[in-house]
Ligand binder design. Structure first.
Ligand code: DGL
Length: 298
């Protein structure tokens, strides 16, 4: 039976809009509700319990709006909280780690994949396990790149500061070091000497917003992969299999943020033009009330 209810999307901020963009291309008739927890981003430096707590609060909100499925369009929440979220809700919940891992495992020819992601995602080893599940012969080199999410959340998507941050972030996966990268030769590298990756997986949904800068930094010999289009395909299959695809022609889209509405709208306009006329504010516990523990985690 066709189901006209919207699909819910959640991310710590604007990054999940890169997944939403692919879903709208692939499933233009589906209605959507997107919730970005920009007021408490970034999630990456936070302890697991805090990520689970924040993600649960956001999904409670989406579930209260009668969504038919939820896409956790955040690698950090997918890596750390997906099991708990699936236990809590009856609606089907898709994460972005497995689709991204599958896409990267299919893309690599030399069976060497680099993954850049937040600290919490790297700590979880979720990508390591998911890529190994696809093909145990692939070597997976993960590297946490905490500088990138705050840049994207602030709307900085190009320019000298972004180029430098991206160059520093990917250098350890390319075996590059030295004064131009700001990484000293004695630093511990995720990539053993003599190894070379041919695929870089963007293990954070914010990073495709820096996609062109990242592609330039890694050069033409490395395929840059993200989880957006594989996640859109997974959602299409899910709706098809469950008989939940809509038969309506006019989709409606709602965007919600716990943070600054104008900042959110700027990124949304960049990705979608005028498709989303308004962005609404949603209240969650302010950071002060949660103890602001984000900075303490590694
Ligand atoms: N888009 C989130 C992810 O994919 C960013 C996490 C963060 O807020 O640090 O992990």
């Amino acid at each position: 039976m066709a189901d006209p209810r919207p699909v819910g999307f959640f991310d710590s901020g604007v990054g999940g809009l890169t997944v939403l963009r692919e879903v709208l291309r692939r499933l233009p008739r589906e209605s959507t509700i997107y919730l970005g927890d920009n007021g408490r981003a970034p999630y990456g430096p936070r302890p697991d319990e805090e990520v689970i707590h924040f993600a649960t609060e956001c999904l409670d909100h989406l579930a209260s709006r009668d969504v038919k499925a939820i896409v956790v369009a955040c690698n950090t929440a997918s890596a750390v909280a997906l099991g708990e979220l699936r236990r809590r809700y009856d609606v089907p919940i898709l994460g972005v780690v497995r689709p991204g891992a599958t896409a990267a495992a299919l893309a690599t020819r030399n069976r060497r994949v680099g993954v850049i992601a937040t600290q919490a995602t790297v700590r979880s080893r979720a990508y390591f396990g998911a890529i190994k599940d696809e093909n145990p012969f692939i070597e997976v080199y993960e590297h946490a790149t905490p500088a990138l999410v705050p840049l994207v959340e602030a709307g900085s998507l190009d320019g000298a500061e972004v180029e430098a941050a991206v160059a520093r972030s990917v250098a350890p996966l390319l075996g590059r070091h030295g004064p131009s990268t700001g990484i000293d030769a004695d630093a511990v590298f995720p990539l053993p000497a003599g190894e070379r990756i041919d695929t870089l997986l963007l293990g954070c949904t914010h990073y495709p917003l820096l996609g062109e800068v990242i592609a330039r930094a890694v050069g033409p010999g490395v395929a840059v992969i993200d989880s957006a289009s594989a996640t859109a395909s997974a959602l299409a299959s899910l709706l098809e299999v469950q008989g939940m695809a809509t038969d309506r022609t006019a989709a409606t889209h709602v965007q919600l943020t716990t943070g600054d509405v104008d900042g959110f709208r700027r990124t949304s306009d960049l990705l979608f033009g005028s498709l989303f006329p308004s962005v609404e504010s949603v209240e969650v516990l302010p950071l002060a009330a949660t103890g602001q523990r984000g900075g303490e985690a590694a």
